[in-house]
Design a protein around this ligand. Structure first.
Ligand code: ATP
Length: 510
């Protein structure tokens, strides 16, 4: 199955099984907005609580907050979002399609990178075991020429964007011969800046009312509560403040399902450190966040770090954790060393001192910040795209299985009476009533047992507990594991311990 087909299947599977629905579907939908269904909301909750547990509850020096979506408009002035939260956009006059200028250039570079990779793959096949990819890339003239094209495009893009030289960005697009993917033409408008914040008015009358923004990130809610948490929590540096919640961006090009939405959810943590120690914490969080991702059973090869070419106005180091989505490697999480930019800016505009007194050095200072910021919906898509699998079984039949980490699975245990009579359902419900205190369970008595297993596989349920004749005799059941499909007979009273132990063994440990 190629990646395009895989992506289509994931989207339709999500809808068919109640993970994700297009928003307002009976009114023909609303672009780039999605709703989570009955299983999707469970999976989303589980990702959110796993992140919260890992970041807040497993670190003694990190606490969590929940700030409001509406905030004082000055906050977005201080943070730079009013003046600089812009995307450079460009329209193709023939297709009337709108693009982010930087994304067009990045796609151009990705295409050349693909060419290089194909060249390397071909050579690897030709030379066999003795092939040295690094040396090949450093010496092959075609690869070198393509690499030069990429370097040139990247350097010019960074130069022009950093200088806010929009005419320069347009010239670069023309110079590189970039065509509109829809019309194939080079008939471009000028590049313009487009602010991504949604705004509304506070108060019942629009005239004279204050413009209020829907927060485009959750981070600022943390910065403006820095003093409150510092004092009320008696925090000592280094310490972190985390929060999860909705963010809104009027994305120019919203596409790729839940990858880029206009309303989405973020999970962010700001870690406050002594100035000068930020690089060491930047490295620490890179390592920890990678460990967290790997704890979910997704292989390392699906991830890569991408250091930023163009640093945001607030950062002195930044990297993205990219994930191999069905449409290629794309940003899943950002780790940024934000310096003291945000606290300083709020200190200046609010006139309130946002400082920390360090008892070890006897100094007052504005702390530096290292941030980890991940999109909950993007993580959802990463989990789903890795999990989806159509498998051929030994007996020649196929099954669709979601290999979601048991820690995240929407339903942990399915309870299945082998037949619908003779006291089997009663016994099964008795087991369910106990287990549901700890795990999200589903009871299913309809259809043959094989079909019920398939239904659970398709929604990623890691454990199926089956009640059969022997259960009524000796209080044992079979427990079937989703991926291996192996069944084991165990006593009912051990079920909770077995499942809990398995889940605990998989969890992230800092
Ligand atoms: P991109 O370059 O893809 O627009 P970004 O660099 O602007 O993303 P950040 O501002 O660093 O993103 O936001 C942190 C995280 O929030 C991202 O890594 C991503 O997972 C998530 N995110 C950002 N924008 C969106 C969106 N429109 N839809 C879904 N998730 C998003």
């Amino acid at each position: 199955m190629n990646n395009e087909d895989l992506f289509k299947k994931i989207i339709s599977h999500s809808k068919e099984y109640g993970f994700i629905f297009p928003s307002s579907e009976i009114y023909d939908g609303l672009s780039a907005v999605y709703d989570y269904g009955q299983l999707g909301s469970e999976l989303k909750n589980n990702i959110r609580s796993y992140w919260w547990k890992s970041m807040v509850q497993m670190h003694g020096n990190i606490v969590g907050i929940d700030s409001a979506i509406f905030m004082h408009p000055q906050i977005w002035k201080a943070s730079g979002h009013v003046d600089a939260f812009n995307d450079p956009l460009i329209d193709n006059k023939d297709s009337k399609k709108r693009y982010r200028a930087d994304v067009l250039i990045e796609d151009y570079m990705a295409k050349i990178e693909d060419k290089i990779n194909k060249e390397v793959d071909k050579a690897a096949k030709r030379f066999g075991d003795s092939f040295d990819a690094k040396m090949f890339k450093e010496t092959n003239p075609r690869v070198l020429e393509n690499q030069q094209k990429i370097d040139y495009a990247r350097n010019r893009m960074v130069e022009t964007l950093e200088a806010n030289d929009l005419a320069g960005v347009k010239s670069l697009i023309e110079e590189l011969g970039i065509v509109c993917p829809v019309s194939g033409s080079r008939n471009w408008t000028d590049v313009r800046q487009f602010n991504l914040m949604f705004s509304t008015q506070m108060g019942s009358v629009a005239e004279g009312a204050d413009v209020i923004y829907l927060r485009p990130e959750t981070a600022q809610g943390i910065f403006v509560n820095f003093l409150n948490v510092l004092k009320s929590g008696r925090m000592k540096i280094p310490f972190g403040i985390a929060q999860t919640g909705k963010a809104f961006r009027n994305e120019i090009v919203a596409r790729q399902f839940i990858f880029r939405m206009r309303e989405f959810e973020q999970m962010e943590m700001q870690f406050f450190v002594r100035p000068g120690e930020e690089m060491q914490w930047f490295e620490y969080w890179k390592e920890q966040r990678q460990k967290w991702h790997l704890s979910l059973g997704i292989p390392n090869s699906k991830y890569r770090f991408h250091d930023h070419d163009k640093l945001a106005h607030y950062a002195n180091a930044a990297t993205d954790i990219e994930f191999d989505f069905p449409f290629g490697f794309k940003e899943l999480e950002g780790i940024h060393s934000r310096t003291d930019f945000d606290l300083m800016a709020h200190q200046k505009l609010s006139g309130k001192k946002l400082q920390y007194f360090d008892p070890e050095t006897n100094e007052n200072y504005v702390p530096y910040v290292v941030e980890t910021s991940i999109g909950l919906d993007r993580m959802f898509l990463a989990v789903l795209s890795h999990a989806y699998c159509e498998e051929e079984l030994e007996d020649g039949s196929t099954r669709t299985v979601l290999r979601i980490s048991p820690v995240l699975a929407p339903i942990k245990v399915a309870i299945l009476p082998l037949i619908k009579k003779d006291g089997f359902p009663e016994k099964a419900k008795e087991i369910m009533n106990e287990l549901k205190m700890e795990f999200n369970c589903q009871y299913d008595e309809k259809d043959a047992i094989g079909r019920r297993y398939r239904r659970q596989d398709a929604i990623g349920t890691p454990y199926c507990v089956t009640v059969d004749m022997q259960t009524l005799e000796d209080n044992t059941v079979t427990i079937r594991e989703r991926d291996s499909m192996k069944q084991e007979r165990v006593s009912i009273e051990k079920l909770s311990t077995i499942i809990n132990k398995n889940l605990k063994n998989m969890m992230y440990r800092p």
